[in-house]
Ligand binder design. Structure first.
Ligand SMILES: Cc1cc2nc3c(=O)[nH]c(=O)nc-3n(C[C@H](O)[C@H](O)[C@H](O)COP(=O)(O)OP(=O)(O)OC[C@H]3O[C@@H](n4cnc5c(N)ncnc54)[C@H](O)[C@@H]3O)c2cc1C
Length: 310
């Protein structure tokens, strides 16, 4: 283990801030002549022009807003910042990507770049429920917390409703780590299971049916609302498994195919198991013992490897 910390959160006055609210809105008025922002606009294609040197350069974009197509010309350059999925999708829609795939989609080729969309590394997380019968206070937002904290939040922007729900993290290095930086992340999330949210949680987190049935029984037998108290998510910070993004069609409105190939590299499986072992060590610490914390690994919809003897 490298260390632990309370999570930092991008919050202002009890509200999560975005890049737009924290960086853009404050400068829109004073930079009006240089900064022009068009909301609800979906870029459908990057436009290319051939220069005198016969090389193609991005010269603008075509975006669609309220069913109207607008072509914008760039004076200097086009910067694509559509994120891990949107950027390769837009590049491929515009003819930049693996030749064979663009041919299959019927998209004219601007540049045959094999790597576009081919290096998707999404860091997978396995959320492990923790049952802590000795916790005196719930840590998650439930009906009771909503009722008692609403005024505090409305008046001062503080209290349980004014934070994100990610509480703390532990960083660790597995036996595969080659540098000093961590490759294991355990995140503590205040995600309480109650009898009321059992279905929603199962759908979101894909837990085993036997586990959910056991939780329900626990709730009924003990007449308790809280049946599992928080989650610790075990995640890979440097996944070795490589996935891809492909177009589904040449229609910009079609969602692309996202294939993360989670845990397809054995190294990731081994690091993940080391993460669970770290979690087991946490379970044995004094503070965890005091609240009776018991991790419920059997909830996870995965093979028996996590249960294997140490
Ligand atoms: C669940 C989750 C948790 C994360 N937690 C953390 C964290 O704790 N710390 C951290 O540092 N990072 C975290 N990340 C990663 C972080 O969110 C990303 O690295 C970061 O947002 C990438 O920024 P970006 O601007 O490149 O892309 P994005 O934030 O993905 O922004 C791309 C934007 O482009 C828009 N777009 C895409 N295509 C088009 C198009 N054709 N036309 C118009 N608009 C388009 C999208 O709608 C989106 O708004 C997390 C990511 C996820 C999914």
């Amino acid at each position: 283990m490298i260390g632990s910390q309370l999570a930092q959160q991008t919050i202002y006055n009890g509200q999560r801030v975005t890049s737009a609210s924290s960086f853009l809105r404050s400068v829109i008025k004073e930079r009006r002549e240089r900064l022009h922002i068009v909301g609800r606009a979906h870029v459908r294609q990057i436009v290319f022009e051939e220069g005198e040197d016969r090389r193609k350069r991005a010269s603008g974009v075509i975006y669609v807003r309220d069913d109207v197509e607008v072509k914008v010309r760039a004076r200097k350059e086009v910067i694509v910042s559509g994120g891990a999925v949107g950027s390769p999708q837009l590049l491929m829609l515009s003819g930049i990507g693996p030749k064979q795939h663009l041919n299959d989609m019927g998209i004219p080729i601007v540049a045959d770049l094999k790597g576009v969309g081919q290096n998707l590394r999404d860091h997978v997380y396995a959320p492990v429920p923790i049952h802590s019968p000795n916790l005196t206070e719930g840590i998650a937002i439930n009906d009771n917390v909503l009722f008692t904290s609403a005024f505090q939040y409305l008046l001062r922007g503080t209290g349980p409703l004014g934070y994100v729900g990610v509480d703390a993290q532990v960083l660790g290095r597995s036996s595969h780590a080659k540098t000093r930086s961590p490759d294991i992340q355990l995140i503590l999330l205040s995600a309480e299971w109650t009898m009321a949210n059992i279905e929603a949680n199962q759908n979101n987190l894909n837990y085993k049916q036997e586990y959910v049935d056991r939780l329900r029984k626990r709730g009924e037998e003990h007449d308790t609302k809280t049946i599992s108290n928080f989650l610790i998510s075990n995640g890979l910070l440097k996944p070795a498994s490589v996935g891809y993004i492909k177009l589904r069609s040449s229609n910009y409105l079609d969602h692309p195919v996202i294939q993360p190939n989670y845990l397809s590299n054995q190294k990731d499986v081994e690091i993940m198991i080391e993460g669970f072992r770290l979690l087991e060590k946490l379970e044995k610490t004094k503070p965890f013992k005091e609240i009776g914390a018991k991790m419920e690994l059997s909830a996870l919809n995965c093979g028996d490897e996590t249960q294997s003897p140490r």
